[in-house]
Design a protein around this ligand. Structure first.
Ligand code: FE2
Length: 226
């Protein structure tokens, strides 16, 4: 159910249809050295998924990527895992007033996961402040919506829409996000903070995982910003 991409790094990919387009979504689970689990973009829970997560470790930190990405099932984690703490991304605490958050994500990691997982805030966009994560031991970048990676395996309608949004065939930033950057200098600094990490793999919120040479592909995805 969860694929182990590397030691202590697990991904659950599931179908997701967005306005009729099959873009899929990825949930990421990082096992910290003490056995606690850091969960990003949690998928909906089933009894099988609860059992699988309990086999991996203790679900402790549950994080979205932004106020838009990865928050839909957080309440299920609060109910299913007694030790879970829910974290808000900027703006999510207002959007999900039904949730009792334990913390707010920002531009630096919580000390409890900082040794394994670093983070930074992607700033400069009009309405999206996304928190990006880096799993240091496996050299893995974890993104939400700032890059997609839809490919030839997607259904025809999705491929056509991906072409229209400038994001077919590789790691790329959707055109609607490019056109709504408000502060280009801040966005460039955000990209540079991401590229300063030593990553080889990227897990995007929607689309295929890139296992090799991910830094070059992420750098190329942001060339329009320079
Ligand atoms: Fe998303």
């Amino acid at each position: 159910m969860f694929s182990e991409l590397a030691p202590d790094l697990f991904v659950l990919s599931e179908p997701l249809s967005f306005h009729g387009f099959e873009i899929g979504r990825n949930m990421v689970v990082v096992r910290l050295p003490d056995g606690d689990l850091f969960v990003n973009s949690p998928a909906g829970l089933t009894p099988d998924r609860v059992a699988a997560l309990n086999d991996l470790g203790t679900v402790r930190y549950v994080t979205p990527s932004s106020k838009l990405h990865g928050h839909l099932h957080m309440e299920e984690y609060e109910r299913a895992f007694p030790d879970a703490e829910l974290f808000a991304a900027p703006g999510l605490d207002r959007r999900r007033a039904d949730l009792a958050f334990d913390g707010l994500l920002g531009g630096s990691p919580d000390p409890r996961w900082a040794d394994s997982v670093d983070q930074t805030a992607f700033l400069g966009h009009r309405w999206l402040t996304e928190i990006e994560f880096f799993h240091r031991p496996t050299g893995t970048l974890i993104l939400g919506d700032v890059c997609y990676n839809l490919g030839p395996d997607a259904p025809l309608k999705t491929r056509l829409a991906a072409r229209l949004f400038g994001m077919f065939g590789g790691v790329s930033v959707p055109l609607d996000l490019r056109y709504t950057v408000k502060n280009e200098a801040a966005a460039r600094r955000s990209v540079e903070r991401i590229l300063a990490w030593d990553f080889e793999r990227v897990v995007v919120g929607h689309g295929r995982v890139v296992e090799r040479d991910a830094k070059r592909r992420v750098r190329e995805a942001f060339e329009w910003l320079y």
